[in-house]
Structures are given as structure tokens and as C-alpha cells.
Design a protein around this ligand. Sequence first.
Ligand code: DSN
Length: 421
Amino acid sequence: MPIYTALQAADPDVYNALMGEMQRQREGVELIASENYISCAVLETMGTVFNNKYSEGYPSKRYYGGQQFTDIVESLAIERAKKLFKAGHANVQPHAGAPANIATYFALMEPGDTIMGMDLSHGGHLTHGHPVTYITKIFKFVRYKMKDVETGEIDYDEMREIARREKPKVLMGGFSAYPRELNYAKMQAIAKEVGAVSIMDMAHIAGLIAGGALRNPFDDGFDLCLTTTHKTLRGPRGGMILTREEELGKKIDKQVFPGFQGGPIMQMVAAKAVAFGEAMKPEFKVYAHQIIKNAKHMAQYFMDHGVKLITNGTDNHMMLIDCITSWNMSGKEVEHLFDSIGITLNKNMIADDPRKPMDPSGVRLGTPAITTRGMKEPEMEKLAGFMLKAIEIRADETALRKLHEEVKEFCLRYPVPGIDK
Ligand code: DSN
């Protein structure tokens, strides 16, 4: 385990919370589809003196002096990102995914213009037009959906119809709860027909694309890709914007800074460079493919045991379980039950869910973190077995406590990067 002697001496309260979190991560199973374990090298870089530096502007065009080394790390991050995703331009400064999305919207549209994205009740993301976000006061959002929730296929005919009628400036792909692959070529054809910019918010699947396990939207002609850097891509928390063409990239740069953000968080930019370097290595390809193999295997195991998965399977790293149909329990109850045995996932709305977001019908789970921990197909069966057992014995607290001990003992066999190695 790493030693945090300075922190321990300076602030025992925070130190103790950190020790607790490290123990939780070692002894538990992380199945939240958007989480992962970063490497020691990425973790170290995040805790460096790059934190101390203000670097408004971009490499070689800064507003403050003293940028010899910040320029090196930001340029490395940019060049590596471009290579990794076959992009013409990269902006690695967005502090997170939502700021990356908002800066992009402002680079491409005027207030009142229309964005077309995936319906939120079918897996789309908050920043793609949920009424609780302030961005819906500025732009108009229209939505497309799945044609068939049993297969997850998007209704591309309806998408074309809506696009012809609404004339969106942006046609957007991307999701936080959709287990299937999009047809980028069909979307690109629709965007082209109505003169919209095509954007893929690939936050969830960026690591799978970087590792060659899923299709790269740029290969089908997309104009722009947005992403966070900490999910399957396994980097530090942060965002990134990639464009096919340099010209569009220049507009994006102006919107990120000075349009929307101030100084970049330079220790995170440096850590992005390190993570992108890792993602270029052959072992990252193996990891990316294994994430999908694991998800498919776990999905099949669940379905073989009578569990109802939304879209009846997965093409990526995530699964959505319809808990009401499977076990007559709500997503909140299942999240709570699995938490009690050390398995972490999140309650989630399912397609056209009649229930509320804080007590929905489903749970979402994914395989990125457990794959990083070295787990493969046999471990997927073991983990799904723990979950099914918990459902079976849910009324028996003593049996659940015993199961929790079994889960802990199992987890400790799989080292956590940054904690055990
Ligand atoms: N919170 C992220 C997720 O879990 O999908 C997306 O913002």
C-alpha cells in the first residue's frame, strides 16, 4: 500500500477517510460502468507540482511565463490523443465531460439552435438535453429513440424524419446507459443530408475505441468526438474534445479558453498524457477487448439464469438489468442489497421506465474496473453467482454477512493498481 506520511501527520481526518476508501476499493467489487482503477503512473502524476502552475492559453501561446514544462506535457497529451483516435485536432483542457460538451455547443451554435441527441429515457446523457440542465434554456433539444427495446436498434428512419423536420445544427450520438453499438455511417449520412455537424460523445466507450475493440466514429466520417478521460480510457478525471479537421479544432480551442474555462488543471493534463501513452501500448488493446468479452460473458450468464437484460445483451462494457421483471425488486433495493455484500453498481432507469430516477426499475453494471483488476470469463461467472445468491438469500442477514466475507476473500486475490501494486 502507498504510504501517505505527510498527509497522515497534517490531517488525520482526511488520511483516515483515504485509508477507508482504499480498503473499500480492495475488498469490494467495482461494477459501476463509468468507473475504473488508474495506474500508479497516472496516479503519481496527478499528485505533482504541475498543480502549482497557471497556464492559460495553449502550448507556445500562453498568457503567463514559466511554461517550458507545461508546454511539454500538454503537447504530449495532444499529440498522443490525436494518434490514438486518428483525429486532426485535440483539446485536452476541459476539466470534465460536461464543460467539454458545453464549450462544443457554443463553438457550433447560436442560442436557440437545435441539437438532436438520444432520448434520455433510452440511455442518453444529462448533458444531451435533460430539462434539469441549464443548457436546455439556451439550446433546443430534440430526440431520437430505440426502435425496438428488445434489440436496442435505433430507429434511424425516425432519426432521418426528425432531422429533416427540425434541421438540427448538431446530430449527436452518445449515452450513459445504452449497451449497444451505434451505426455511425447511417448517422453521418443523416447529418450530411441536413447539414448538421456530427458529434459522438464517446465518454463511456473511449477506451474501447482506443483499444480497437469498438468502431471509431471518425472512420465513418464524424466531425467531432467528445469524451471524458477516466472511464474505459483509464486516465485521470477530465474531458477532451477531438475534431477531424484542424479548422473546427481552432473554434473549439477558443470556446474552451477563454470562452468557458480559465486555467487548465495542469497536473490532470500531464496525467492525461501518461494515460494516453499507456493506451497506445499493445496490452491496452488486450484490456479493451477483454472488457467486452467479460461483459458479454456475464450478460449471457445472467440471461441463462432468467435475468432480464435491457436489449437482451450487450455490445460494449455495460449491462442494464430490469430488476422488476427479473426479481420483483426495484433498482434501489438491488443496489442496496449488493452494497451490503461489497458489490457496487448503480440504480438506473430502464427504457420508458414508469418509475422515478431515485427508485427506478433497473440497475446498470459494467466490466471496465474488474477487467483492469485482471478478472476474466470464469470470474464473471463467480461474480454473477454472488449477485444471484444475494437475491436468493436476501431475507437472511446472517447468510448475507457470510456471503460478504466470501466476496472480500475473493476480491483480495485481485490486486488494485495504485493500492496493491
Ligand atoms: N456519471 C457518469 C456515468 O456514470 O455514466 C456520466 O456522467
